[in-house]
Every structure is written in C-alpha cells, then in structure tokens.
Design a protein around this ligand. Structure first.
Ligand code: C2E
Ligand code: CA
Ligand code: CA
Ligand code: CA
Length: 279
C-alpha cells in the first residue's frame, strides 16, 4: 500500500506540474520562440537498403529553450497545437526545410528528397497548400524534392477532405508518407484509395522485430500490403545491422535509425554525404 501511495503521489505531482504552471509557462515561452524563430531543424538520414546510400532526410524540429535547454518535440508540438501556434511553427519548418534542401542541391549534395512532419491541425487548417507553394517558390525547390509525413489517424479524421488534399498534393508532385504506420486506426480499403507514396513502419514494431513473433508478423504484413499497393516502405528506428538485413529480406525499401545516424545538423549531413561510400 505504501508503494502504491508513493506512486500515486508521483503521478499527481507529475500531472500538476505538466498540467498547470509548467504548461502555461512553456506556452508563453513558445509564443516568444515563434516570434523570434528560436527553433532549429535537425535532419536524419534515410538509407536505401539496396544501395546502402542516403537517399533522403527527415527534418525534425528542435527547440532550445534559453533556461530549460532542449525541449523534445513530443512535448512542445502538442503545446503548440493547443496554443494555436502550430501553424506558425509548421510554416517555419516548411520554409527552413525547403531552403536547406535547395541549398544542398546547389552544393551538389545527392539527396532526392526532404520530408517534413505535418501535424493534424496544420493539415486541417486550410492554408497548408498555399504555405507549401510559398515555401517552394521562395526557396526555388522543385516540388518533387519535398515530402510530407502525416499520421495514419489524421488521414481517417475526415476522409473526403483528406482525399481532396492528397489529390492536390499529387497534382503538385509533392510526396506523401504515412507516418507511424501500424499504430493508429486505419482501413485497408481507404489506404488503397489514398494517393500516397510511402509507408513508414513505426519504430515500436522495429525495436523487437528480431525477437518478437508478433512484431515480426506485423512488420511482414505491413511490407506485403505496401508492396501490393505499390507503396515504398521505410522502417523507422533501425538500430542494428541485423535489423536492417532482416528488413531487407522482407522487402523493405529503406531504413532510418540510429544505425545510420541520429538526427543531426545540416553541416553534419553535408559531411556525411561528402563521404560517398555506401553506409
Ligand atoms: P517521428 O516523426 O516518428 O520521428 C522519428 C523520431 O524517432 C525522432 O524523434 C527521431 O529522433 C527518433 N528516432 C529515429 N531513429 C531512432 C532510433 O533508431 N532509435 C530511437 N530510439 N529513436 C529514433 P524526435 O526528433 O524527438 O521527434 C519526435 C516526434 O516529434 C516525431 O516523431 C514527430 O511526430 C514530432 N515532430 C518532430 N519534428 C516535427 C515537426 O517539425 N513538426 C511536427 N508537426 N512534428 C514534429
Ligand atoms: Ca516523421
Ligand atoms: Ca514516424
Ligand atoms: Ca514514430
């Protein structure tokens, strides 16, 4: 009973912290950070399994808080959504990612694409297409070099809106990936209708893919289904060579994870790609 009491206490103390004071304070700071552009993008390499070369990068936002240091996007993206700031943050990310990718292309860095995460609110807000066009135009980046990552549950929220958006993105030649695939609610029949390019298998299935029969079965099924829909498959969270080899055997197209590199600065990506040997 004593142990349970202690856990309860920690539980409520944790809730009070994050739910009230802390959260308000962080949201205030976020307002300032959006105005000041206190964010940075890190980039994580995505490696083609058949060539072992980096083919694309995913842009991941970082917030370096002046007092608290690095705040994880899992913490501040939901806060930004709640405070109505996610469109501001998201547009900053879109612009920065397109600018950086355009610069890499000018430098001759061999990357096919940069992928940007789009939050549910940003997707449904209505101005997204305009923001994408602006980011592409002001950076000069060709649209086929931009990818969007959207989650499975977001797609299903309003299927007819989603279908319209995806058709517009397809017409613009912007790539679309379903992120964290397997974790949300999705219907295979809808998946067939959605004009998307890639499925990203969630890290939670990859972590134990070599040991867990269940995760093996899920991963195998996702890859087989993606093949039948002609979608390319990216596995997230690949940390070992054995995982990469196993995924390659299953027919997975590309991998992303600490095995090939953690999210890193733009300079580190340039350095990684200068060395042209396959990973
Ligand atoms: P995500 O889109 O699923 O991004 C992948 C996350 O997995 C990243 O965490 C990355 O650092 C981490 N990761 C990659 N490889 C490995 C690995 O091998 N092992 C482990 N343990 N982790 C790995 P990060 O950067 O902290 O981002 C967390 C989430 O925050 C992202 O998940 C995404 O949902 C969200 N996020 C990040 N940047 C943005 C953004 O610009 N806009 C929006 N809306 N959301 C973002
Ligand atoms: Ca993602
Ligand atoms: Ca993901
Ligand atoms: Ca994930």
């Amino acid at each position: 009973a004593k142990a349970a009491g202690k856990n309860n206490y920690q539980y409520y103390a944790g809730l009070m912290n994050s739910a009230s004071l802390d959260k308000l304070e962080l949201q205030n700071d976020l307002h300032r950070a959006v105005a000041a552009g206190d964010f940075e993008l890190y980039y994580q390499p995505v490696v083609d399994l058949s060539t072992r070369r980096v083919v694309s990068v995913e842009a991941l936002v970082r917030w370096f808080h002046p007092q608290r240091g690095n705040i994880r996007p899992e913490v501040f993206v939901p806060l930004a959504e709640e405070a109505g700031l996610i469109v501001g943050v998201g547009n900053w990310v879109l612009n920065e990612a397109c600018m950086q990718m355009a610069e890499w292309r000018r430098e001759g860095v061999a990357l096919q694409r940069i992928a940007v995460n789009i939050s549910a609110l940003q997707f449904s807000e209505g101005g997204l297409l305009r923001h994408i066009i602006n980011a592409l135009e002001s950076s000069g980046l060709p649209s086929h070099c931009l990818g969007l990552e959207i989650t499975e549950s977001l797609l299903m929220e309003d299927v007819s809106y989603t279908l319209g958006m995806l058709a517009d993105l397809k017409a613009m030649d912007v790539n679309v990936s379903i992120d964290d695939f397997g974790t949300g609610y999705s219907s295979m029949s809808y998946l067939k209708q959605f004009p998307i390019d890639h499925l990203k298998i969630d890290r939670s299935f990859i972590a134990n893919v070599l040991d867990s029969e269940q995760d093996k079965a899920i991963t195998t099924a996702i890859i087989a289904m993606a093949k039948s829909f002609d979608l390319s498959v990216i596995a997230e969270g690949v940390e070992s060579e054995q995982q990469a080899l196993y995924l390659e055997e299953l027919g997975c197209d590309s991998c992303q994870g600490y095995l090939y590199g953690k999210p890193m600065s733009a300079e580190d990506i340039s350095r990684l790609l200068e060395d042209s040997a396959p990973l």
